[in-house]
Ligand binder design. Structure first.
Ligand code: NDP
Length: 400
């Protein structure tokens, strides 16, 4: 029987919810492109409930314990004295979410002698040292597509929020003001602007599709070009280089995975290619950007705004400059963990566990590393190596 260690974010400060704002979720049958939603044999939770926090337990306890497995759930994940560090030593499976990532560094993988499966309940397994997983033969899997559309909605919201100056205007209302000039002195329309995405995968393409009705000019850069029919239908301009795209865009959004090739791809040098006053939205991974270069570009006016929900490390320490830099619209890492998304990735986590315990192949589209190499989706979208360096800084965070 296996030991499954699951790291989840804390419950709300007022306690686990006893009621919800809405009674149901819309029914979605398949993802764009035809991939089916998760297909576990059963689930033991009510769709639309809070599953991603520690009391929600991803709805897995009944299933795991009925099958004789030990199930440990904790939010205490950082530092050598954390529960995670202790429980990891004899874990067979580690489940973690990118929103509150249990960093699986090479040192931790070396300590976890029994570890066979690192399962990401969500998308993005950069919190796992993929090179160490490859070397040790640990399988890495994630629930591909579960929250791609959720994130694309967040990107559109953030682009509109920044360009239209929503957050500062909202704050004037809360402060009791009616300061129209203060609100609009930085407010524009997106209509006619040029927007470009770095990567047009599931999220990037969904963002482009959603922005088309706003009559924006749409651009993308990616390692592989989209089919000509898609380019024509959306009126897309493809750029061979990221810098070439930055030079013509008013808004840039990052939608590629973090791996050694993409780490810090936005830095002082590459920011020079942006139009002065461009907006940058990053819901992909914090480490795609050089933290201090972003703050400097906002202070100098090279960027007019920066928004996103991803940071490095996570949780971000209290003194992280992105909390206080000007003209930002940051949230904690939430875009992919709406209640709608949680329902899908909890079901996907269960599907992957069922396959793993019943010795059936895990869907190719869920695989990142398998059999000592990048596999499935991982072989297409990631490069081997490690992007977890510096993650120990997450131990500096203290909850308020
Ligand atoms: P996909 O795998 O569908 O898309 C990723 C795209 O990135 C692919 O088209 C890939 O290209 C492209 N890509 C990879 N490397 C580069 C590069 N060096 N330059 C340009 N393009 C590159 O993934 P999703 O769209 O579903 O998710 C993208 C990322 O978003 C995830 O990896 C994750 O980090 C983040 N994410 C964030 C969430 C949140 O809650 N904020 C939730 C979900 C995801 P190709 O395949 O053509 O090689």
């Amino acid at each position: 029987m296996a030991k499954v260690v699951c790291v989840l974010y804390d419950d709300p400060i007022d306690g686990y919810p006893t009621s919800y704002a809405r009674d149901d979720l819309p029914k979605i049958d398949h993802y764009p492109g035809g991939q089916t939603l998760p297909t576990p044999k059963a689930v033991d939770f009510k769709p639309g409930t809070l599953l991603g926090s520690i009391s929600g337990e991803l709805g897995l306890r009944k299933y795991l314990e009925a099958n004789g497995h030990t199930f440990v759930v904790t939010s205490d994940k950082d530092g050598p004295d954390s529960v995670f560090e202790r429980e990891l030593v004899d874990a067979d499976v580690v489940i973690s979410q990118p929103f509150w990532p249990a960093y699986l560094t090479a040192e931790r993988i070396a300590k976890a002698k029994n570890l066979k499966l690192a399962l990401t309940a969500g998308i993005g397994s950069d919190h796992v040292d993929l090179q160490a997983a490859i070397d040790r033969g640990v399988t890495v899997a994630e629930v591909t597509y579960c929250n791609s559309i959720s994130v694309s909605e967040h990107v559109v919201m953030m682009i509109l929020g920044l360009v239209r100056n929503y957050i500062p205007s909202y704050q004037w209302v809360v402060k009791g003001g009616w300061n129209i000039a203060d609100c609009v002195a930085r407010s524009y329309d997106v209509e006619g602007m040029h927007v470009g995405t770095v990567a047009a995968g599931r999220i990037g393409l969904a963002v482009l599709k959603r922005l088309k009705p706003f009559d924006m000019h749409l651009h993308y850069t990616d390692r592989h070009r989209l089919p000509e029919t898609v380019e024509k239908e959306l009126g897309l301009t493809w750029h061979a280089t990221r810098e070439g795209m930055y030079e013509v865009c008013d808004v840039v959004t990052l939608n590629c995975p973090l791996h050694p090739e993409t780490e810090h791809m936005i830095n002082d040098e590459t920011l020079k290619h942006f139009k002065r006053g461009a907006y940058l939205v990053n819901t992909a991974r914090g480490k795609l950007c050089d933290r201090d270069a972003i703050a400097r570009a906002l202070e100098s006016g090279q960027l007019a705004g920066y928004a996103g929900d991803v940071w490095f490390p996570q949780p971000a320490p209290k003194d992280h400059p992105w909390r206080t830099m000007p003209h930002h619209g940051m949230t904690p890492h939430i875009s992919g963990t709406s209640l709608s998304a949680q329902t899908r990735y909890a079901a996907g986590t269960r599907e992957i566990l069922e396959s793993f315990f019943e010795d059936r192949p895990i869907r190719d589209e869920y695989l990142i590393v398998d059999g000592g190499k990048l596999a499935g989706t991982g072989a297409h979208s990631y490069s081997a190596g490690n992007a977890t360096g510096g993650s120990e800084e997450a131990a500096k965070f203290k909850r308020t």
